[in-house]
Each structure stands twice: as structure tokens, then as C-alpha cells.
Design a protein around this ligand. Structure first.
Ligand SMILES: Cc1ncc(COP(=O)(O)O)c(C=O)c1O
Length: 506
């Protein structure tokens, strides 16, 4: 039964379903005739049926039944009928095609982000807007800060989401911590370390670059050598989880070395937060930023940050004017700080509702369980990819579970594989960046996208595309290897549980 028929079955008749939704019966009758409930009614129907008909099911059905259609109009024909003249000439700017509502296709997202979004987060986001100083919203902000402290494992009072993507979080840290003339050590082992250098220079600082090969972690010894040579360096910056290569660096060791030389640390946790341990207090990180669209599985556009008291004191004591008004921490404290709530900018309220729900989901799952889930599905995906004969870019001990960079085999058209996966299987994977463009694929297992069904779909889709393109794979080997990996992990977990039970009984 489709959603329209289920709705009628739940309420016993079209008339009753229409009455509950305060609609004319003809509207519901039309839904039944056309075989779907229009997307704009998704949340109402979900609420009315107490979730028995999920908003996501309605959206998917509506998308499938009512695909986006672009109708051409002859050039010069007005959108509104007869040609307009005089004061209506603004219609010269009317689009050349008839535009209808946008319904994106349902994709499996296994690239470097954004990820798929949990239906609960989507539903929460589509709730009615409220003001950013509404007492109810202000109460929610406090919960949001508490949930962020949990995922960051910190007691830092100044932990909140910046309005802007991860790049804004990055810039926020540099603008506040780096004054003109400051020396900053930047560790670069991929794309995002390069962006940090740009930020230092744009703040008027001098970047001392510690280089490591793409695909290798930051070498703590090289950092120490650079600090010995540059004892006046005020800040050390590095990327914890390099999304461009899938490598993880030892953040705890790097922060400890920086502190030995009295430097503050800026840590990029865009891809690590929620997927692998990020322990801000235990590691004594000074400034850290992330992004909402990776392992937190929220919509893009928010950047959770956290700052130690030492950083807050430093920024408060800066004598020079921080050269970005929007990013000046002292001003934003008036909105996100401990006590005040005064206008700074119009906060993206609905996106913040969504982040609240996304963090709540992690809280309900348990942070350690989320880390374990990312490791479990990575193990299965890796077993499958390797059974297909593919090789990882990064050594096993430095591999990120949530970002799997795999070398494209010789003679295979890298871009064509991605294109075919997208068009034939609705599956998005990532390409290589910079010097790795055309050489690797990046398989993301981030947040809500990190699920066994995605692992299995990816392996069978990739296997069949590679086989079609003439690459020698035994179809089915990859899936069998992944199943065997899952089975081994289940067996191990069952043994551990039995041991615990036996201990408790003894
Ligand atoms: C490690 C890292 N840092 C920073 C960014 C920038 O984040 P955004 O694209 O949200 O601006 C990204 C984005 O992928 C990233 O992976």
C-alpha cells in the first residue's frame, strides 16, 4: 500500500483522514488517485499518525512519483502569458524555463560529506520557525552547548556552533588567535593543512610549514624540530583527520609537544568529531572546530567550536582590533556566551534545531558506541574492498574508519566509475583532491551513512561497475569477505558478552 492508501486505512475512510488534516475530502481522494501524498504534507501526516507513516517515506514516494520536470518555453514568451510592458518590464528577468518545486533524488551518500541525514533530524528541521531570542530557543541553545560538550568531551564553557560551514570555523580560530606578526607552525599533510596556511597569511601572520607526505600522519618529531628552531611560535595548527587522504594524526601527542614550547593549539576535527575519539579536555586542546555535515550527520552550514579558558582570556586581552567583525569572539560572546543573549546576527534557527536533534541521536547511541560503529563498518568495507584487489592509500595503523581512500587500479577510468555509481546506483563516492585527483576514490562511512546496508550496496555496486569496465573482479567475493568480517566481529562480541555474564554469575 502507498502512503495515501495507508493514511485512509488508518482513519477508516477518506472523509475521516481529510477531517483530521482539516482538508477537503476531494484533496485526499486526489492523493489516493495519484498514488502519493504530496511532499509538503509529510510532517503533518507523520505527526497525525504518530510516526506510523514516516515523513521520509512520504518524501521518497512523492519524489519517485513526481519527478522534477523542466519544461522549455519558447524564447521570448513571458512566464505570465501575454508579453508585459511598462512597469512590468522587470519580467525581462523571468527565468527562461518554467520552474517547479525542487525534489532532490534519494542518494546513498558515501563521499567525504555531506552525509545522509537521519529522518528525525529532517523532521525536526522542518518545524515552524521561531525567533533566535525566543525564550524556548534560548533554552534549546543551552542544551545544544551541553550536547556539544559531550561530543567534544570537554567542560569548556565556550563550546557552541558557529553559523557557517567548517571553513568558517577554521577561519574563526585563526582570526581570533593569530595577530599580525605572529608566527604559526602549520602541519600540512593534505588539502586542509594548506588552507590553514592561507588563513595564517591572511591574518598577517607568518606560517612555518611542517610538511608530511599526503597519506601519512603528521610526524611529531618534525613538529618538535620546528618548535626548537622557532621558539617564538605562538600557535601550532594541524588537521586531526585529513579528509583528503583518510589519515589520522596523533592529536594528543602533537598538542603535548606544542605545549612544551608554550604554543597554543588549533585542531581541525571536521571529519573526526563523532566518528573517532576527540578528547578535548584530556588532550588539553586550546581551540578546535568541526562541521555539522560529517560524522554528526546534520545539514551542512554549522561549525561546532570549543575554546579553552586560556584562549578566551587571550582573545579578551588582545589590544588590536580583530579584523573580522562577524568573527570577533568578544562580540559573539554576547549571543552564545554564558549569561547574555543579545543580537549579534540572525542565527540559522532551523539548522540549529537540526543540530540539536543530530547530537541527541549521538547522545542516545552513546559516543563510544558511535566510535565502535564506525570502526565495525570500516572493518567490513575494508575486507570487501581488499577482496576486490583494491589497495588503501594509508597504512592500517593510521587509517580513519570514516574515510577510506583507495587507489584506483591502473587502466580504470576513475571518473567514469564514480559517474556510473551515481547514475546507475544512486551512490555517491568521493574523488581524489590535488595531487591525488584521478588516482584515488574516497569511500566515506560518516555518521548516519555508516551502516551495513550502505557497506553492502557499495561493494556490490562497485564490483559490478568494475567488472563491466573490464577490471578482473570476482563478483561476490567482496560481499562474502564483508559478511565474513561482520560474522567474525559478531562472534567476538558474543564471546565477550558470555564472559561478562559468566563473571557476573560467579
Ligand atoms: C578536514 C577538513 N577541514 C575543513 C573542511 C571545510 O569544511 P566545509 O566544507 O564545511 O567548509 C573540510 C571539508 O571537507 C575538511 O574535510
Amino acid at each position: 500500500m502507498n502512503c495515501a492508501e495507508r493514511l485512509v486505512a488508518l482513519f477508516g475512510s477518506q472523509a475521516e483522514a481529510a477531517r483530521q488534516l482539516r482538508l477537503d475530502r476531494a484533496v485526499v481522494s486526489n492523493w489516493v488517485k495519484s498514488g502519493y501524498v504530496p511532499a509538503r504534507w509529510a510532517t503533518e501526516v507523520e505527526a497525525l499518525t504518530s510516526g506510523q507513516i514516516a515523513a521520509l517515506e512520504i518524501l521518497n514516494e512523492a519524489t519517485a512519483c513526481k519527478p522534477l520536470r523542466l519544461k522549455s518555453r519558447p524564447d521570448g514568451e513571458s512566464l505570465f502569458g501575454s508579453p508585459l510592458t511598462g512597469k512590468n518590464t522587470m519580467n525581462a528577468y523571468a527565468p527562461a524555463k518554467r520552474i517547479t518545486s525542487f525534489h532532490p533524488p534519494q542518494r546513498t551518500l558515501m563521499g567525504p560529506g555531506p552525509t545522509e541525514i537521519h529522518p528525525r533530524v529532517l523532521t525536526t528541521m522542518s518545524q515552524p520557525a521561531i525567533g533566535y531570542l525566543d525564550p524556548v530557543f534560548v533554552e534549546m541553545m543551552e542544551e545544544l552547548k551541553a550536547l556539544l560538550r559531550y561530543v567534544y568531551q570537554t567542560k569548556n564553557p565556550l563550546t557552541f556552533p558557529i553559523s557557517g560551514p567548517g571553513s568558517v570555523g577554521m577561519e574563526y580560530c585563526f582570526v581570533n588567535l593569530v595577530a599580525p606578526g605572529d608566527k604559526v607552525i602549520v602541519c600540512r599533510n593534505g588539502v586542509f593543512g594548506g588552507r590553514m596556511i592561507e588563513n595564517v597569511e591572511r591574518c598577517g601572520g607568518t606560517a612555518v610549514v611542517v610538511e608530511d607526505k599526503w597519506g601519512e600522519p603528521v610526524d611529531p618529531q618534525k613538529l618538535e624540530d620546528a618548535l626548537k628552531k622557532n621558539r617564538d611560535a605562538r600557535v601550532v595548527a594541524f588537521v586531526h583527520a585529513e579528509t583528503s587522504t583518510g589519515v589520522q594524526s596523533d592529536a594528543q601527542a602533537l598538542v603535548a609537544i606544542a605545549h612544551q614550547y608554550d604554543a597554543l593549539t588549533i585542531v581541525d576535527a571536521v571529519t573526526s568529531l563523532g566518528g573517532t575519539p576527540v578528547l578535548v579536555d584530556e588532550w588539553k586542546v586550546d581551540a578546535i572546530y568541526s562541521a555539522s555535515q560529517k560524522c554528526l550527520s546534520c545539514t551542512p552550514g554549522l561549525s561546532p567550536v570549543s575554546f579553552s579558558e586560556r584562549v578566551v582570556e587571550y582573545v579578551k586581552s588582545r589590544k588590536d582590533k580583530i579584523h573580522s567583525w562577524f568573527m570577533d569572539m568578544n562580540l559573539l560572546l554576547g549571543y552564545w556566551g554564558a549569561t547574555n543573549r543579545t543580537y549579534h546576527h540572525t542565527a540559522p534557527t532551523n539548522a540549529l534545531f537540526a543540530l540539536h536533534e543530530a547530537l541527541l541521536l549521538i547522545n542516545e547511541e552513546g559516543l563510544e558506541n558511535s566510535w565502535a560503529r564506525h570502526r565495525r563498518h570500516h572493518t567490513a568495507l575494508k575486507a570487501g574492498l581488499e577482496a576486490m584487489g583494491l589497495r588503501f592509500l594509508v597504512k592500517p595503523e593510521h587509517q580513519l574508519p570514516q574515510m577510506n581512500a583507495v587507489l584506483c587500479p591502473e587502466g580504470v577510468d576513475e571518473a567514469k566509475v564514480r559517474r556510473t555509481l551515481l547514475t546507475e546506483f544512486n551512490l555517491e563516492i568521493g574523488a581524489g583532491l590535488g595531487p591525488l585527483a584521478g588516482k584515488i576514490w574516497r569511500f566515506g562511512l560518516l555518521g548516519y551513512s555508516c551502516r551495513p546496508d550502505n557497506v553492502m550496496l557499495c561493494l556490490s555496486a562497485l564490483g559490478s561497475v568494475l567488472e563491466d569496465m573490464g577490471y578482473a573482479v570476482h563478483v561476490g567475493d567482496a560481499e562474502a569477505a564483508a559478511h565474513a568480517a561482520y560474522a567474525a566481529m559478531h562472534a567476538k562480541a558474543a564471546q565477550a558478552k558470555a564472559k561478562t555474564r559468566a563473571k557476573a554469575a560467579a
